[in-house]
Design a protein around this ligand. Structure first.
Ligand code: CAA
Ligand code: NAD
Length: 302
């Protein structure tokens, strides 16, 4: 028992520097909660504009969290915002970003080829002791890890949008993941304030395997004209107690991300009717209507 405790705490002590690749919707949230827990965060993005966008998103979200944490004390709230922001730096070079990392979390576009290219680089540039993780929604962790030489240190860390609010973290295991790395992922998840569940490396893990077919079914219902998008959303909010309706949720998750997920599964499992990409989703994505993040999806946003 002594040995196990020691090995866990050793592993935990090691995670001080976390690098997040991709500072979009998810990456900025992951960076934020990590910085809030006192760890040093490096965000790697494609250009300075994208770093600025990530920093702005983190700053806006921290202001909301700060207001809640320090209701009657705007000075303390401001200190919290500035203190947390000072833990985050942005870079555009992967090598520079991962060279001191204890843990690297990838949150870039949901595309296996792009992720493979990135992880080949990370594997050669990050310290050999660094743990690697992907925040993928739907791809196989084992598949992503296949291009690296540290499959025992590679797992899934699947967060939920909005990361600062959603309490869950799915920790995804593979047959190659070592017990020690698994424990480090679980401990790290707790350290950033999340409740961790353990999932096998199956399509969509737990939440998305149930949620994505539900969202696609709602889009098909809308396409058939059984009810309006607004009424489908109202119905599921007031009739089933969901905080958002399924179509609002597609807009919130991102239409591009939702389509990537369902197209990938459709290719792999062509006989499953739940995985057929809805026509309206394909059409809106082709029109670059990605939902809240682009200003329009099934609904319009200012
Ligand atoms: N940062 C910080 N705080 C935030 C925030 C953010 N980005 N977004 C919301 N909040 C806070 C607000 O400040 C507010 O706090 P108080 O209640 O203390 O004032 C609280 O969260 C509620 O927010 P709002 O009042 O603005 O709005 P709401 O009550 O409608 O809640 C919501 C917003 C939390 C997003 C809620 O609608 C919700 O839970 N929606 C469902 C989200 C969901 O299902 N996510 C999973 C998507 S699937 C996924 O992520 C996996 C995948 O791989 C695709
Ligand atoms: P997003 O489009 O908001 O962000 C992706 C970011 O990655 C962009 O800012 C882009 O500039 C950056 N990027 C792309 N290629 C890069 C590279 N090679 N190096 C550095 N940065 C790069 O997407 P998102 O919604 O944050 O999704 C990211 C990942 O998280 C995907 O794998 C997605 O499936 C997963 N995910 C999404 C959600 C969700 O609700 N949107 C929830 C959980 C997991």
């Amino acid at each position: 028992i002594m040995k196990r405790c020691l090995s866990t705490s050793n592993a935990l002590n090691v995670i001080k520097n976390v690098t997040i690749i991709g500072g979009g919707l998810m990456g900025s949230g992951i960076a934020q909660v990590t910085a809030q827990s006192g760890q040093n965060v490096t965000i790697v993005e494609v250009n300075d504009g994208a770093i600025k966008t990530a920093e702005k998103r983190i700053s806006d979200s921290l202001v909301r969290v700060g207001k809640k944490l320090y209701k009657d004390n705007p000075q303390e709230a401001e200190k919290f915002v500035q203190g947390t922001k000072s833990k985050v730096r942005g870079v555009t070079d992967v090598g520079e970003g991962v060279k001191n990392a204890d843990l690297v979390i990838e949150a870039i576009v949901e595309n296996i080829d792009v992720k493979h290219k990135l992880f080949k680089q990370i594997d050669t540039l990050a310290p050999p002791s660094a743990l690697l993780a992907s925040n993928t929604s739907s791809l196989s962790i084992r598949d992503i890890a296949s291009v690296t030489n540290r499959k025992d240190k590679f797992g899934g860390l699947h967060f939920f949008n909005p990361v600062p609010v959603m309490k869950l973290l799915e920790v995804v295991t593979t047959p190659e993941l070592s017990e020690e790395s698994y424990k480090s992922f679980m401990e790290w998840g707790k350290s950033v304030g999340k409740v961790c569940v353990t999932c096998k490396d199956t399509p969509g893990f737990v939440v998305n395997r149930l949620l994505v077919p539900y969202m696609a079914e709602a889009l098909r219902m809308y396409e058939r004209g059984d009810a309006s998008a607004k009424d489908i959303d109202i119905a599921m909010k007031l009739g089933a107690g969901y905080p958002m309706g399924p179509i609002e949720l597609v807009d919130y998750v991102g239409l591009d991300t939702t389509l990537f997920i369902i197209e990938g599964w459709h290719k792999k499992f062509p006989d499953n009717p739940l995985f057929v990409p809805p026509e309206s989703l394909k059409k809106l994505v082709a029109e670059k209507k990605f939902g809240v993040k682009s200003g329009e999806g099934y609904y319009k946003y200012d």
